[in-house]
Write a protein that binds this ligand. Structure first.
Ligand code: NDP
Ligand code: HEM
Length: 486
């Protein structure tokens, strides 16, 4: 039977399109709740879009433990080989607005919520193993330069390269961005990386620094600059379409999950800081160790309810998985829940896609607020004190895992010569594949040709420090595309 139409209050409405008025063609009546209520609701349909990662696609799936890593991590969802946990993943581009093209040259977000028996674990990753910054104070500056000019409201090559050449610790990430990996062919055909170092411990209290890699079982497929540009006009939603249709026809994508680990001793002796988000851990020194696999196999029933309202945060974690002292990660622990309170409201964890499945959310001092829909813990007292005993779970965590000491001082982590070592390695990696070094130079040149000459010169110089051939190739093509007036 077809559903019966009602107003938002549940009252049956005889005709959805009969507006109340004086006579057949006279003015409307304010008493027409069906009309007034539906216009007022329509006026409020939009919530703020995410300030970054606004355009995205999401799906549910299942994670399964394939290999025992209980020597590294005591989290309950990892305690048995074969154990399964429901997940929800949202992929995204970073800089564009909600309607922007899926094929934009941009990192891709890769955020996964694990609905574990110890609460929700969010692994909020990107498709690149590093990032542009290693000091969080730069994030708003950096993001502004990738978005629109405050006056022209246009993307601006001067702003873009002015920032990046002034903050050259970003050169490693900029190279990945301008390689063909900066334009993935689909969300299914790209990897996910923690980027940051995390700190995982086992139930004995031993701990390791950890980096996580989700390697695509579909393989990596990328677009070249021209294919990506063409698709942004002909099918700007190509990645959403690809993901939704593949899952709908039973061809859900999967990723195999690995960790790299370091003991605290190894970290002290590493040639880079493990808290430096612009550095990878070389595979040969820190080999990948497999622990799981997840497959996305269920499309959301409603995009707004489940994908737009999904709220991920690196601070949503479970016992035995902790953040490291990476300052960018530490700042992210604050920023995400803060933006959720603004974007979705203070009770964002009550929205079904964000709600833990444990049935055990019990923090009786956090009550009330807009859109309290979970019963609000009924008559239970809204404070903790002796008269109302509760239990605390005991974890066997070492209390002196990391001991920090030092004067409180401002520290400016400036770019240095060492920041060019790994970019040089990456340039060699690109040289293993046909045309990849040439594509890198071309992809940069077609972008930087729109910048002013003095900014272009800084770009040639920066990439020349990675490899003089790269600097020269960018310069040659840029000057062909935007000849200088003598
Ligand atoms: P390896 O030779 O062991 O690994 C190189 C890695 O580069 C590959 O495993 C692959 O990572 C990645 N890669 C392959 N093709 C491309 C491409 N076109 N664009 C970007 N990345 C690509 O060397 P190292 O581990 O010593 O790393 C060398 C350089 O490779 C690093 O400086 C870094 O720039 C880059 N890299 C390293 C990663 C790491 O975790 N060590 C991860 C990704 C890149 P994958 O298997 O993850 O696809
Ligand atoms: C989204 C802040 C760095 C991955 C966001 C959002 C904010 C934010 C405010 C919007 C969240 C929302 O509205 O729901 C920051 C800050 C950073 C930082 C302040 C650095 C100081 C990073 C890094 C990564 C990352 C290094 C990856 C390793 C993501 C992802 C999303 C996101 C995947 C989208 C989540 C989703 O799909 O809803 N970030 N970010 N961010 N960020 Fe970051």
């Amino acid at each position: 039977m077809a559903p019966e139409f009602t107003n938002s209050n549940g009252c049956p409405v005889p005709d959805a399109f009969a507006t109340q008025r004086v006579g057949k063609h006279g003015p409307l009546l304010l008493q027409d709740f069906n009309l007034i209520d539906s216009l007022a609701h329509f006026d409020r349909e939009r919530i703020p879009e995410r300030v970054v990662h606004a355009k995205g696609s999401g799906a549910y799936g299942v994670f399964e433990v394939t290999d025992d890593i209980t020597d590294i991590c005591g989290a309950a969802f990892l305690d048995t080989v074969g154990k399964k946990t429901k997940v929800f993943t949202r992929f995204s581009t970073v800089g564009g607005e909600m309607g922007s093209a899926d094929t934009a040259r941009d990192p891709r977000g890769f955020a996964t919520k694990f609905y574990t028996e110890e609460g929700n674990l969010d692994l909020v990753y990107n498709n690149t193993p590093i990032f542009f910054i290693r000091d969080p104070s730069k994030f708003p500056h950096f993001i502004h330069t990738q978005k629109r000019n405050p006056q022209t409201h246009l993307k601006d090559a001067n702003m873009f390269w002015d920032y990046l050449t002034s903050n050259q610790e970003s050169v490693h990430q900029v190279m990945i961005l301008f390689s063909d990996r900066g334009t993935p062919a689909s969300y299914r055909e790209m990897n996910g990386y923690s980027g940051h170092t995390y700190k995982w411990s086992n139930k004995r209290g031993d701990w390791h620094y950890v980096q996580v890699h989700f390697i695509s079982d579909q393989g990596i497929r990328t677009l070249n600059n021209e294919e990506a540009g063409e698709l942004s006009g002909s099918n700007p939603d190509v990645a959403q379409e690809d993901l939704f249709k593949n899952i709908a026809k039973g061809n859900g994508p999967s990723w195999t999950c690995y960790i790299q680990t370091m003991t605290p001793e190894q970290a002290k002796n590493a040639p880079f800081s493990v808290f430096d988000l612009t550095k990878v851990w070389p595979h040969k020194d820190y080999p990948l160790r497999r622990f799981g696999k997840f497959q996305l196999n269920e499309n959301p029933k409603n995009y707004f309810a489940e994908v737009e309202q999904a709220a991920f945060s690196p601070a949503h974690t479970v016992p035995y998985m902790e953040p490291s002292a990476d300052p960018v990660l530490q700042s992210r622990l604050f920023s995400y829940a803060d933006t959720h309170r603004h974007r979705l409201g203070t009770n964002y964890t009550q929205i079904p896609v964000n709600c833990p499945v444990t049935g055990r959310v019990f923090n009786p001092h956090m009550r009330d607020g807009a859109m309290t829909v979970n019963g609000n813990l009924g008559e239970h007292p809204n404070y903790l004190a002796t008269s109302h005993p509760i239990e605390f779970k005991n974890f066997n965590l070492q209390e002196d895992q990391e001991v920090w000491q030092g004067a409180a001082c401002p520290f400016h982590w400036k770019a240095e010569e060492g920041d060019f070592i790994q970019p040089r390695e990456l340039y060699k990696v690109l040289g293993r594949y046909p045309n990849q070094q040439a594509h890198l130079a071309h992809n940069i040149a077609v972008h930087v040709q729109a910048a002013d000459a003095h900014i272009q010169d800084r770009v040639f110089e920066m990439f020349g420090k990675v490899d003089s051939r790269l600097g020269e190739a960018i310069k040659k093509e840029t000057l062909q595309l935007s000849p200088r007036k003598l």
